[in-house]
Design a protein around this ligand. Structure first.
Ligand SMILES: C[S@@+](CC[C@H](N)C(=O)[O-])C[C@H]1O[C@@H](n2cnc3c(N)ncnc32)[C@H](O)[C@@H]1O
Length: 324
């Protein structure tokens, strides 16, 4: 969406939105219709993600009445609308995308909402001048869970509200891996060329972007796989100036085989759940796969797959090492 399209927002369409969206039965549908016309493309599948909609709605249902709420990374404003519908007293809407800022300002102009149209890093304590926030809802998870900057965002939250008692929706975050040894592989000519350059193993991220239908990957039995926890975050305790990292993934190397590592994340408001687990939710965008072709020249035995976090959010290329 470029700036000239931005200037041509259909105000009639916008006009109808908020009143319709107040009806819970119509909320998702209305925003969905609207977004088909105006929103960035990737919003549509997200809005149709019924598992996500149900989970967030349940989280907010009985928790925001009479509260001052922050919606961090508001997007369509869906969780702000939900919070207001559940009796929130006031909502601070934070969003950096220019077209979304314009849209959010429009739909919330007659409501107890302040739109903070800026990046999280630009927020100041003085922006929150309509009452002390008591709850915060967010969904700043990219397909990698961390790629949209959830760690840096909560470093900012802890700077803005030291010793705060914000209730976070969600609060806990787990990043997990499951390792599969697949069948022996037949290399294509191109793969043979690649493999010649790498005597030990050839590996690459085959899905660096979210896999839609992730979680409905038919025929894969995840239930008997060991769950390897690579990271656990209590977002209420994120420390400023700390570099976060992922634990290594132990891999039992089978020479001549393809290995798959499924990486996914889950989150919750309570330590014991209920979780929103991107591995198992149908039609969710979360997760990615690292695929390895292990050369027959490599010795069997344990290796460790390591991925570093760059600036607490971007994944550097995975590599296999001998020690954890
Ligand atoms: C996954 S979407 C959330 C969607 C929203 N919950 C909804 O249902 O429409 C994340 C949103 O956060 C915004 N965002 C990401 N990083 C941001 C940042 N650093 N500052 C402000 N907004 C940000 C994105 O522009 C995007 O709209």
């Amino acid at each position: 969406m470029n700036n000239s399209e931005n200037d041509n927002l259909d105000l009639n369409l916008l006009n109808g939105l908020f009143s319709k969206a107040k009806d819970p039965a119509q909320r998702f549908e209305t925003i969905n219709n609207f977004s088909r016309r105006l929103m960035p493309e990737w919003f549509l599948p997200m809005l149709n993600d019924t598992a996500r909609n149900t989970y967030y709605t349940k989280m907010l249902e009985h928790s925001v009445k009479d509260k001052v709420v922050i919606d961090l990374g508001s997007g369509t404003g869906m969780w702000s609308i939900e919070a207001l519908a559940r009796g929130a007293k006031f909502v601070y809407v934070v969003e950096k995308n220019p077209i979304l800022i314009q849209y959010l300002e429009f739909i919330f102009k007659d409501h107890p909402v302040k739109v903070l149209g800026k990046a999280f890093s630009e927020l100041k304590a003085s922006d929150f001048d309509h009452g002390q926030p008591q709850a915060l809802v967010h969904e700043i998870f990219s397909n990698t869970g961390l790629g949209e900057g959830v760690i840096t965002a909560f470093q900012k939250v802890s700077e803005l509200f030291p010793d705060h008692s914000l209730t976070l929706f969600p609060r806990y975050f787990w990043f997990e891996a499951r390792v599969f040894k697949q069948k022996p592989f037949e290399l294509s000519e191109t793969e043979k060329i690649h493999l010649k350059d790498k005597a030990d193993a050839y590996y690459e991220l085959i899905h660096s972007l979210g896999v839609r239908d992730w979680g409905s990957l038919k025929g894969i039995n995840f239930s008997d796989k060991e769950v390897i926890n690579l990271m656990f975050l209590d977002l209420n305790k994120i420390e400023q100036n700390k570099s976060y990292d992922l634990k290594a993934i132990p891999i039992d190397i089978a020479p001549g085989h393809v290995h798959h590592v499924y990486l996914s994340f889950k989150f919750s408001t309570e330590l014991e759940g209920p979780y929103f687990d991107t591995l198992f939710e149908e039609n969710h965008w979360g997760g990615f796969i690292v695929e390895f072709y292990i050369s027959t020249a490599m010795k069997a035995g344990r290796k460790y797959l390591k991925m570093k976090l760059n600036d607490n959010q971007l994944f550097d290329h995975p590599r296999l090492e001998d020690t954890p």
